[in-house]
Ligand binder design. Structure first.
Ligand code: ATP
Ligand code: MN
Length: 283
């Protein structure tokens, strides 16, 4: 049951809690494969965008049906059980709790020490033209392909893009981190004026910070089709690589446009992702 359906969630667009619920219902077939059965970090915004939002990753009984408590301890072994959802009912339970953003782990809840996807988070210096961020995403795709990995791309709805590659479970977090760190370092070594990946954690001087550190136990990255808690409710949108070249920016989709896209889509832009069983090579 949805309480306060008329409450305005985003003053810039006038979108209401009922619009958020309808959005997540419409995109559930595309979103759920990205999040179901994985520990989740949730960004909750009880007073809407712009007010105090907070991340939550622990189960609370108040979440209602469809939200599952996970027995595994969290990365620091504190705070009680983590949480997961499996279906559209769970998604609506999260909406009722004023969740706007969903951020899954890179491993399933039933095998939290066996990651099965990696993500490179491209964080550009805000001064950098978008076309160069697009080019960088294609370059990361190429670097992964050269190591035998097919990848998929999503806009973040914020400043950058994520390049994501699934792989067959087997390697542990240490092996995954070694692989990702080496790949980021190789890209930086080849183009030090375009990429940063070290300790600075932010991109300066027109560079793109290649954040490979999302690939850790307990870390997360935003799900494709998740809203972002920013004015006008942009969406972290999965794209087909062919769509990226035409895409005008990382926040090209807001809630209404993303909902239209979900309803008009004939094929998943991430077709093949869920079935992909490629092997992660050694670092
Ligand atoms: P942008 O393109 O604007 O960078 P982003 O989603 O990549 O959008 P980042 O700030 O780069 O945002 O963070 C990368 C990921 O790290 C996020 O998608 C999110 O899953 C995770 N993250 C960031 N901050 C937190 C936090 N405080 N708690 C939990 N997860 C977080
Ligand atoms: Mn980012």
């Amino acid at each position: 049951m949805l309480t306060h359906p008329q409450r305005v969630v985003d003053a810039a667009s006038g979108l209401r809690k009922a619009d958020v619920a309808a959005y997540y219902e419409a995109v559930a077939p595309w979103l759920l494969p990205q999040v179901a059965g994985r520990p989740l970090s949730l960004l909750r915004c009880p007073d809407g965008v712009g007010a105090a939002c907070f991340f939550q990753r622990h189960y609370r009984p108040g979440f209602g049906p469809g939200v599952r408590a996970l027995a595994l301890p969290d990365a620091r072994g504190e705070g009680g059980p983590l949480l997961a959802i499996e279906d559209a009912r769970g998604l609506q339970a999260l909406v009722q709790m004023n969740v706007l953003e969903l951020h899954p782990w890179g491993a399933p809840a039933d095998a939290p020490d066996r990651p099965d996807r990696l993500v490179f988070d491209l964080d550009p210096d805000p001064a950098l033209p978008w076309a160069q961020v697009r080019d960088a995403a294609v370059e990361v795709r190429g670097a992964l392909a050269a190591r035998g990995l097919r990848s998929w791309v999503r806009l973040t709805g914020g400043k950058g893009v994520h390049v994501v590659a699934p792989f067959a479970p087997g390697p542990d977090w240490t092996a995954l981190r070694a692989f990702c760190r080496a790949l980021a370092q190789a890209l930086q070594d080849a183009a030090p004026r375009r990429y940063a990946s070290g300790a600075a954690r932010t991109a300066r001087g027109g560079r793109i910070y290649l954040d490979w550190q999302r690939n850790a136990r307990g870390a997360s990255s935003v799900a494709g089709w998740s809203l972002r808690a920013r004015p006008r409710l942009p969406v972290a949108m999965p794209l087909h690589w062919d769509e990226l070249a035409e895409c005008p920016g990382p926040a090209a989709y807001d809630l209404p446009r993303a909902r239209q896209r979900a309803q008009a889509l004939a094929r998943d832009p991430w077709e093949g992702f869920a079935q992909c069983r490629q092997a992660l090579p050694a670092a």
